[in-house]
Design a protein around this ligand. Structure first.
Ligand SMILES: C[S@@+](CC[C@H](N)C(=O)[O-])C[C@H]1O[C@@H](n2cnc3c(N)ncnc32)[C@H](O)[C@@H]1O
Length: 251
């Protein structure tokens, strides 16, 4: 609890006012990722491997953008910074430990941007959401990575949608997931999508008690790699149940 409080306090002054409400989520993620580091290691290695394969496929390496860079646990930041002229990390919040690390000499070409990548506010304003439209204005963009972000956009949108159904169109969550996917696929840069697409709650005997599609029925690109991610291992929230997410990578 003390480490979490310190991280929260250290992150607060660097975070713009509208984004401060998200710090708690990032600190919780930091805490859980540390507790579950052994069980998450394979997922993080697989994600980094997919991103490295996408980097290898880039003919030019001028600017790379990472969407949902978060704690940089599953992002090969050393290799990205060494391979590209400029690397831009985008998330709702960049915690203080990430900001401190990015001050090192090896990361002089890394920029941090706070941004809501969901498109929810545009949809609420009656506009056609184009949450990745800003990428058109990024000069010399050769690679965009969506790093375990898309399901979180869906979850955040679902939470907000449930609280304000009357002012939002039906199919809000589906529209925002589809907008992210089309933003990645319709532009002239190479992309690498890594996302969990579903989860199952499973007991100690291997019996599934609940399943859900995190993509809400929206079709994802064909996966070049897929794996299971024990997001909530046995003992984390319950002595009897675990929550396993299925992850895909496409590049
Ligand atoms: C599962 S974490 C990804 C982990 C991260 N790639 C890493 O290496 O630590 C999901 C990330 O998406 C970010 N996120 C969630 N919703 C977002 C949104 N609407 N816009 C931007 N980032 C968002 C969270 O802050 C979090 O850092």
């Amino acid at each position: 609890m003390i480490a979490e409080a310190l991280l929260y306090a250290a992150t607060l002054p660097f975070t713009s006012k509208p984004h401060r409400k998200y710090i708690r989520y990032s600190v919780n993620l930091w805490s859980r990722a540390n507790r579950c580091s052994r069980q998450w290691a394979e997922h993080e290695t697989n994600t980094r491997r997919a991103i490295l394969a996408a980097i290898a496929g880039c003919k030019q390496r001028r600017t790379a953008v990472v969407l949902g860079s978060g704690l940089l646990r599953d992002v090969p930041i050393k290799e990205l910074a060494a391979s590209f002229d400029t690397v831009v990390l985008i998330d709702l919040v960049h915690v203080a430990t990430v900001r401190m690390k990015m001050r090192r000499k090896a990361y002089r070409n890394v920029r941090l941007i706070e941004r809501d990548l969901s498109g929810y506010d545009a949809l609420a304003a009656g506009e056609q959401p184009e949450p990745l439209g800003f990428l058109r204005n990024v000069p010399y963009l050769d690679l965009v990575v969506s790093a375990n972000l898309l399901s979180q956009i869906g979850r955040g949108a679902q939470r907000r949608f449930e609280a304000e159904r009357e002012r939002m169109p039906e199919g809000t969550v589906e529209q925002l997931i589809a907008a992210h996917l089309s933003g990645l696929s319709r532009m002239p840069f190479k992309s690498c999508l890594v996302t969990d697409v579903s989860y199952a709650v499973i007991d100690r005997n291997g019996k599934t008690h609940e399943e859900a599609d995190l993509m809400h029925g929206v079709a994802v690109p064909d996966a070049r790699a897929a794996w299971a991610w024990p997001v909530v291992p046995i003992g984390e929230e319950s002595p009897d149940y675990q929550v396993i997410h299925q992850v895909i990578a496409a590049w």
